[in-house]
Design a protein around this ligand. Sequence first.
Ligand SMILES: NC(=O)c1ccc[n+]([C@@H]2O[C@H](COP(=O)([O-])OP(=O)(O)OC[C@H]3O[C@@H](n4cnc5c(N)ncnc54)[C@H](O)[C@@H]3O)[C@@H](O)[C@H]2O)c1
Length: 334
Amino acid sequence: MSGKTTVLVTGGAGYIGSHAVLALKDAGHGVVVIDNLVTGFAWAVPDDVPLVRGDIADQPLVEATLRDHGVGAIMHFAGSVVVPESVENPLKYYHNNSAKTRDLIESAVRVGVPHFIFSSTAATYGIPDESPVKETTPQRPINPYGMSKLMTEFMLRDVAAAHPMNFCALRYFNVAGADPQGRTGQSTAGATHLIKVAVEAALGKRSHVGVFGTDFDTPDGTGVRDYIHVSDLADAHVLALDALMAEPDRNYMLNCGYGRGFSVLEVLDAVDRVTNRKIDRRMEGRRPGDPDALISDNRAIMDAFPWQPRHADLDQIVTHALAWERKLNEIRGE
Ligand SMILES: NC(=O)c1ccc[n+]([C@@H]2O[C@H](COP(=O)([O-])OP(=O)(O)OC[C@H]3O[C@@H](n4cnc5c(N)ncnc54)[C@H](O)[C@@H]3O)[C@@H](O)[C@H]2O)c1
C-alpha cells in the first residue's frame, strides 16, 4: 500500500519542477523546494511550500533540509538545460548536472533518503538507430548535456545497488504547455522550446519563428518531435513516487512521451489555429545534431504505473502555453 511522504523538489522554482510541486500537493504529499534561482523564480513556488534558497551541492544545507523536513524522497529537476550552451561550455554541464548531482546523491545516502526520481532526457539517446525509441535503444549522447544526464543515470544505478535507495529516471521527450489552471508555466526569458517560441511570436514578443531544416527525412521535411504536456509529465513523477514506495527493491528507467510526433510545421499550424493569426516562419539551415524524428515508445511507462495522460492533444498544449504566456505579461507588468 502506498502512503504519503514529504518530497524535496530540487529546481522546484523552474518550469517542470514547479508543475511537479503542484502535482505532489494535489496528491496530498508534503513538499519542500531547494532552488538557487539561477533560472527559476521564487514566485513560481506556492506560498505554503517552503523554499530553501541554495545550491544542491551545499551538503550541510541539503542534509539539514532533509532532516528538518523528514524528507522521504527526492525529485531532482535542478540542472542546466540548454543543449547548444553545453557544447560551448561542457564543464558547466559536467559540474552543475553531473558533479553537483553526485553531491546531492551523497547527501541523500548519508541521511538515508530511500527514493530518488531523476529528470533524464531523450538527449541521452543521441541520434537513435530506431524510431520510436525504446528504453533499450542504445544511449549514445551527441552533446555534453545528454552525456551529463546519462552519467547521472549510471550513478543512480550504482548507488541503488550499493545503498538502501531505489530510483526512477524519467527520460523526457519535448516538454511543453502549462498548468491548465494557470498556476505556473514556462517563464524563462530566451527559452528555445518551439511551442514557447511560437506563442511568444503569436503575442508579438518575437518577430518570427525560425524553422531549422526543411530537408529532413519526414513527410514535410521539418523535424518531428514527441511533445508531452508538462502536467502529464508531473503526474508521471507522482506515479513514479508511488511505485518506488510500493516496491523498494525495484528501479525504473522510463521514456516520457506520447508515442507520436508532430513536425515543426504542424506545430506552427496548431499555433496559428489556436491564435487565429499567422506567425511569420523563416526557413533556416539545420542545426548540427538534430535527428529527423524523435518519438518515444511509451509502452513501458504505460504498463509500469500505469500512466494515463490527460492532455495528449497538440491544440490543448498550445492553448495552455498561450494562456500562460498572456499571464506572464501580467506578472511581469508588460
Ligand atoms: N524542458 C525540457 O524539455 C526538458 C527535457 C528533458 C529533460 N529536462 C530536464 O528537466 C529538468 C528541469 O528542466 P526545466 O525545463 O524545468 O528547466 P528550468 O531551468 O526551468 O529549471 C531548472 C531549475 O533548477 C534550478 N537550478 C539549477 N541549478 C541549480 C543548482 N545547482 N542548485 C539549485 N538549483 C538549481 C534553477 O534555478 C531552475 O529553477 C532539468 O534537469 C532538465 O535537464 C527538461
